[in-house]
Write a protein that binds this ligand. Sequence first.
Ligand code: DX5
Ligand code: ZN
Length: 218
Amino acid sequence: MPRAIISPSVLASDFGQLSAECKRMIKNGAEWLHMDVMDGHFVPNITMGAPILACVSKTVPGIFMDCHMMVAQPEKWVNDIADAGGSLYCFHLEATAEPLALIDAIHARNMKAGVAISPDTPSTAITDEIAEAADMLLVMTVYPGRGGQKFIERCVPKVAELRARFPDKDIEVDGGVGPKTIGVCADAGSNVIVAGTAVFGAENPAEVIAILKSTVDA
Ligand code: DX5
Ligand code: ZN
């Protein structure tokens, strides 16, 4: 299994201090920052888009922006997110009819490509061809749309199914993940860990990040 990567979700941060919040998490041991882009169509909420990400990448040198695109037309934003400094562009499989073409378009802009599945989408929706073309698979452990929700344990077997099929692929979990739920995620084989509330809400984020990391790498 690939090594642990911790990607704090900035949705739980103080948006008024976004760059400082990202820098604080990098100092506390985060490798990636998880940027939740919501468009009010694929999900009911609106969060942030390329203009805000561009400000973050300009003010946080070397940041790896793990962009989780909860948008209805993921094809539409590839260029804008690439221009804004996005490092990984993760789209929802439910939102596109042409995942392979989209992965090519993401790679053409020198970003890594991620494919996300919501709780009701089976792991088999990710075909071998899609998984082999993608750099990362994201198994949502809450319904996309907002932070601070309860972890949905019945999503975890999908991680194990994907890990069995793709031993070397980065597999991310997102939603309600923290010290109490990391054990089952790590056992199932996820190595890229998104945590919003659990990290940003902690008194000692470095400690939480270290727990998440060591549980995956154990
Ligand atoms: C949910 C987002 C998640 C969420 C994670 O739609 O994709 O990234 O912000 O936040 P927590 O860890 O608080 O569930
Ligand atoms: Zn997310």
